[in-house]
Write a protein that binds this ligand. Structure first.
Ligand code: ZN
Length: 279
């Protein structure tokens, strides 16, 4: 299933995308798409619906974050060999874990707001993993059973805040609109192998990143198992699993107002954002 939320910011309503790509209302069946929706029982109830019986949505409404109530956004740094190489940093021996403030979440096609003082705004296409059930001390073999679904995650970064100001990476990762997600939350049954997905990002029509999740240093199962040693991953938590080579930081080129970024992951859809300035 491909779950979406549509409508104005803060007033989004639940929907799904059927096999023909038609957006269909779920409002008659659930009030919203929440961590409870992602439980096995919640997803089973939605699977029993015949999409053809759901009213189609006309036009092209704004799409929001496809899941309400995301409690934590956990980022993984330098998780692709080619990206660690372009950053001139050693391949990590353990996952590099950081936070993105949930206030950074935004819809897949909402503008990215360049914050005051930003000078090194950068792009990072990533596979986003959404947790469906509590994961604490899980083995890699059991880890994927805790995944409800996957989505495209844009881990927008302000490198000056991240690297030039000291302290932790969270400062460069958390401005409002720094975490566009979606367009869809694709349930895990549709993604049998999360390590076999192409992912790409282009800026103003020029391809900048073109990789595969097969290039991860720590795969999704290892990341979940690792994180679950230090925290209880909760339903609705989002893990941004790292980005392949080709970010602006590697070449010293960054985003400017008016630039347009497009990015996508195989099977999970595409995003498009224009860069605007914070007022
Ligand atoms: Zn990242």
């Amino acid at each position: 299933m491909k779950l979406v939320r549509h409508g104005e910011w803060g007033a989004e309503r639940p929907a799904l995308i059927d096999d023909q790509g038609t957006l269909r209302y779920l409002s008659g069946h659930i009030a919203d798409i929440t961590p409870q929706t992602l439980s096995p029982q919640g997803l089973d109830a939605l699977r029993r619906l015949d999409p053809a019986t759901l009213p189609a949505i006309s036009g092209r409404p704004r799409l929001g974050v496809p899941l309400a109530g995301i409690g934590n956004v956990i980022g993984i740094g330098l998780n692709y060999r080619d990206h660690a190489a372009e950053a001139n940093l050693p391949v990590p021996t353990e996952p590099i874990v950081f936070n993105k403030h949930t206030g950074s979440l935004s819809g897949p096609n909402d503008p990215i707001v360049m914050p005051r003082g930003a000078t090194k705004l950068d792009w990072e296409v990533e596979l986003g993993v959404v947790i469906g059930s509590v994961a604490r001390h899980v083995s890699p073999a059991d880890a994927l059973s805790h995944v409800a679904g996957y989505l495209v995650c844009h881990d927008v970064s302000e490198r000056a805040f991240q690297f030039d100001r000291g302290g932790q990476w969270v400062k460069g990762k958390s401005s409002p609109t720094f975490c566009p997600v979606g367009p869809w939350l694709v349930t895990a049954d549709e993604i049998p192998d999360p390590q076999a997905l192409g992912l790409w990002c282009e800026v103003n029509g020029t391809m900048r990143q073109n990789g595969s999740t097969s290039g991860m240093i720590f795969d999704v199962a290892t990341l979940i198992s690792h994180l679950s040693q230090f925290m209880a991953l909760l339903p609705g938590d989002l893990i941004a699993t790292g980005t392949p080579a080709g970010v602006g930081w590697g070449k010293g080129t960054f985003l400017a107002p008016g630039d347009v970024v497009r990015l996508g992951v195989d099977g999970l859809g595409e995003q498009r954002q224009e860069i605007v300035v914070e007022r």
